[in-house]
Structure formats: structure tokens, C-alpha cells
Ligand binder design. Structure first.
Ligand SMILES: Nc1ncnc2c1ncn2[C@@H]1O[C@H](COP(=O)(O)OP(=O)(O)OP(=O)(O)O)[C@@H](O)[C@H]1O
Ligand SMILES: [Mg+2]
Length: 212
């Protein structure tokens, strides 16, 4: 963005012969605008991670949150031929949570799964269930399983690191899982990633205390 706009400024200062054709100037501006928007999105997401946004706690059915999050990405998934399957028991899966934060968690996980199954005839399965505890109300557990590219063992310890990404510049920043971990822990829950290795798919599971 700095490069593109400084180049434009230089040429505007120079002799008219050095000026870019209007169509090229517009292209420079369009690309600088695109980069500025991308930077703004990254800063926004980063702030989600570092800023303890005030949580608006309400009784939330996690199943419903999953349905809403999947509705946002399923058109894109369908266009790419990736099937997203939802399963859940009949028991309610209620937690005290900020629904918007929870939806962000599910979105990040589903987007990772979709990135992983691209160019393969794979799928994504999301399961929501209540696990009753011997004491207390138990836990609500969400499992996002994909049949995608998997994660090599040496990467597994780093996937929650801020800015750890294996995706090309412009496609991944390495914020998704760090944000998920931060949000889940703010809700008193836990999240873990498992993969048997490259080509073996990935399973991400998070749990939250069930509402008492
Ligand atoms: N379902 C998955 N399958 C395979 N690899 C995964 C999966 N989820 C995460 N990873 C690996 O963990 C890395 C970090 O994931 P994370 O969501 O934090 O960042 P990102 O997806 O690269 O970028 P961002 O989410 O910020 O757009 C990914 O780059 C990828 O290498
Ligand atoms: Mg991600």
C-alpha cells in the first residue's frame, strides 16, 4: 500500500510525461485500496484477540450458533463441492456465552476445515453434544472434523501461536486459532487440535461448561 501510493505521488510530482495514464492510476489506487482494506481487517481481528471485549453473556444453544455459522459459509462451500454435515443429539446444548464470539469461533474452525479440504473430494463434519458430568451440569462439546490435508506433527505445537500460518500471504494471517483459543478460554472452556499427520484430516474440539 505504501509502495503503490508513494509511486503515484512521485509521478504526480514529476513532469507530465512521467504521469501514469488515468487508467493505470485508477488501477494503482484500486490495489492500494484493496491492501488498506486487508490491513484494516487484520487489525480488527488482532484486536479481537488482544482486547478483552466486554462479553454479553446470555443463554445460548450452541447447536443454533453452529447452524448460523455454517449458513454463512455453506454457499461458498457448496460452490467448491465440499459438503458440511451437522450432527447433534436431541438434548439441548445450552451454555452461558457471548453468541457473537462463539459464532466467530465456529466460523474460524469451519473456514480452516474448508481451506484444508480444497482440491480434494473431502468433507467437513460438525458434531455438537452434551456430556453430562458426575457432578455439575457437564460440558457442551463441539467437534469439527475434516478429511483435508491434515497437520504434520512438527506443526501441531504451533497452530495456536499468533501469526503461525502455512498459507500463502494474502490467504492466511495465522490469527484464526489464536482468536479461538482466547475466546474459548475467556468462556472458561478449552480447545484442542488433533491430526494424525499429512493427508490424514484434522479434528478440532472445543468444550464449554454447560449451563447449570
Ligand atoms: N483444519 C485444518 N487442517 C489443516 N491445517 C490446519 C487446520 N486448521 C489449522 N491448520 C493449520 O494451522 C495454521 C494456523 O491456523 P489459523 O486459523 O490460526 O491461521 P490461518 O488459517 O493460517 O490464517 P487466518 O485464520 O488468520 O486466516 C494454518 O495455517 C494451518 O497450517
Ligand atoms: Mg484460519
Amino acid at each position: 500500500m505504501v509502495g503503490l501510493t508513494s509511486e503515484l505521488l512521485e509521478r504526480m510530482r514529476g513532469s507530465p510525461r512521467e504521469h501514469l495514464a488515468p487508467v493505470d492510476s485508477a488501477e494503482y489506487l484500486r490495489r492500494a485500496y484493496g491492501e488498506a482494506k486487508r490491513a484494516a481487517e487484520i487489525v480488527d481481528r488482532l484486536l479481537d484477540y488482544v482486547r478483552e471485549r466486554t462479553r454479553v453473556l446470555e443463554t445460548v444453544d450452541v447447536r443454533q450458533v453452529v447452524v448460523e455459522a455454517v449458513a454463512l459459509v455453506s454457499p461458498a462451500a457448496a460452490r467448491r463441492g465440499t459438503q458440511i454435515t451437522l450432527t447433534s443429539d436431541d438434548t439441548p446444548t445450552l451454555v452461558r456465552a457471548d453468541a457473537i464470539m462463539l459464532r466467530q469461533v465456529v466460523l474460524n474452525l469451519v473456514n480452516n476445515a474448508l481451506d484444508a479440504v480444497v482440491e480434494q473430494s473431502g468433507g467437513v463434519e460438525i458434531r455438537t453434544r452434551l456430556e453430562r458430568g458426575a457432578i455439575g451440569p457437564g460440558r457442551v462439546i463441539v467437534t469439527v472434523r475434516d478429511t483435508g490435508c491434515g497437520i504434520p506433527a512438527e506443526h501441531l505445537p504451533h497452530v495456536f501461536d499468533l501469526f503461525f500460518t502455512t498459507k500463502e500471504a494474502g490467504r492466511g494471517v495465522g490469527l484464526g486459532l489464536a482468536v479461538c483459543q482466547s475466546l474459548i478460554e475467556q468462556h472458561g472452556g478449552a480447545i484442542q487440535v488433533q491430526s494424525r499427520g499429512v493427508g490424514q484430516g484434522t479434528t478440532v474440539e472445543f468444550e464449554l461448561p454447560a449451563e447449570s
